[in-house]
Design a binder for this molecule. Structure first.
Ligand SMILES: C[S@@+](CC[C@H](N)C(=O)[O-])C[C@H]1O[C@@H](n2cnc3c(N)ncnc32)[C@H](O)[C@@H]1O
Length: 262
């Protein structure tokens, strides 16, 4: 994604919030996505952690109890997101908190300085995710962990299928760029081993407008004309009628965890 397109998508919180709303309102899971991810990260008291592509920092505020005295560094290509995440995380009991605007392929940090790096749902935006993973490995201490998350190709398939009337793919476009196979292969190539886990969850969406707003928050659907948008509303309403007032769909979200060799 170009810098200009990243600014259009992530220069404020509205578009990512429209997509997040679908998950927060309609996900059915024993444990929510962020606490589920956090429970599997080998974090420890006093650890130095780097969040690459932190977005609004929702993870840190929603993941549940954190180890004591974490030293958290937030980075994102969007200056707005870094500022927003910093403000949100300032309420947490951390050892230290800092934030910097940075591109994942060129991290402004020394070699071997973090105990853990997380890159959640961001590598699918990159032209060269392998370069970013190598860069994250570089800044990890020996023994440190890298946690990457992304979507699988079957994620919310019934909902993405509706976007074809707007020129969208009939599948999650993020997963089509950087899905489970790409994440697993790149992590294995870089670190030699990877642990793969899938969050068990599905969705039952009962608000048609939430689907409309989420699916028209990114290209090409966000650039559709009035006639196509009307056709999209029609397609959503038909799907809801077929489903008796709801759309049910599987979620596919995965965590890929590796450690740098000691
Ligand atoms: C879908 S959001 C994910 C936010 C957060 N990690 C989460 O999971 O809630 C993707 C974020 O990656 C950032 N991003 C995209 N390309 C990037 C790059 N090359 N380097 C750093 N951040 C990038 C965007 O600005 C955006 O904030």
């Amino acid at each position: 994604m170009s810098e200009a397109e990243n600014a259009r998508q992530y220069g404020d919180v509205h578009k990512i919030a429209a997509r997040a709303r679908l998950h927060t309102r309609y996900t059915i899971a024993d444990i929510g996505w962020f606490p589920w991810v956090a429970a599997q990260l080998p974090m420890f008291d006093g650890a130095h952690l780097l969040d690459v592509g932190c977005g609004p920092g929702w993870f840190w505020r929603s993941c549940g109890p954190l180890p004591a005295d974490l030293n958290l560094t937030l980075t994102d290509r969007s200056a707005f997101m870094v500022a927003d995440a910093r403000e949100r995380c300032s309420a947490l009991a951390l050892g230290s908190l800092s934030g910097e605007t940075a591109d994942a392929v060129n991290l402004p940090f020394a070699d071997d300085c973090f105990d853990g790096v997380i890159a959640m749902h961001m590598l699918y935006h990159l032209d060269d995710p392998a370069r970013a993973i190598a860069e994250m490995a570089r800044v990890l201490k020996p023994g440190g962990f890298l946690a990457v998350t992304t979507n699988g190709i079957g994620n919310m398939r019934e909902i993405y299928a509706l976007t074809t009337v707007l020129g969208g793919l009939p599948m999650d476009p993020a997963a089509a760029r950087f899905g489970f196979a790409e994440a697993e292969n790149l992590m294995r190539q870089t670190f030699g081993a990877v642990t793969v886990r899938r969050h068990p969850s599905r969705m039952r969406v009962t608000g048609p407008e939430d689907i409309f707003l989420a699916m028209t928050s990114f290209p090409p659907c966000e650039d559709a004309g009035e006639a196509d948008l009307l056709a999209f509303r029609h397609a959503i309403n038909e799907a809801f009628a077929r489903g008796g007032g709801a759309i049910e769909t599987e979620q596919e979200r995965g965590l890929f965890l590796s450690r740098k060799a000691v």
